[in-house]
Design a protein. Structure first.
Length: 94
C-alpha cells in the first residue's frame, strides 16, 4: 500500500457513523496515495475478513481513482462480515 493519512488502528469498521451524511471527497482524502483495491483490503482487515478477489478485480488499480459506476456481486458470496467493507467502500466511489 502507498502512503496514507488514514489511521489503520481505528476500532470502528465504519468510515462514518451508519445512517449519517458524509462527503465522499473528504472520505477519499483519508486514503491519500492508496488505490481502491488497497482501501478495500484495508477495510476487510479492519473488519476481520478476507477480501473477495472478484471484488478486488472490479476496482481501479490507480491511486486516487474512485470512478466505479457499479459493482456486480450477483455471482459473488459476501459473508456477513464481508458486507461491511463493501458498503463502506461504496461511500468512496462515485
Amino acid at each position: 500500500m502507498g502512503d496514507k493519512t488514514f489511521v489503520e488502528d481505528s476500532v470502528s469498521p465504519h468510515l462514518t457513523p451508519p445512517g449519517q451524511p458524509y462527503n465522499p471527497v473528504e472520505l477519499q482524502g483519508q486514503f491519500g496515495g492508496m488505490n481502491a483495491r488497497d482501501v478495500y483490503t484495508l477495510l476487510c482487515k479492519r473488519n476481520g475478513c478476507r477480501p473477495v478477489s472478484s471484488v478486488v478485480d472490479m476496482l481501479p488499480e490507480k491511486p486516487g481513482v474512485w470512478d466505479v459506476q457499479s459493482l456486480s456481486l450477483a455471482n459473488t458470496y459476501i459473508g456477513p462480515r464481508g458486507v461491511i467493507p463493501v458498503v463502506e467502500l461504496c461511500k468512496l466511489l462515485g
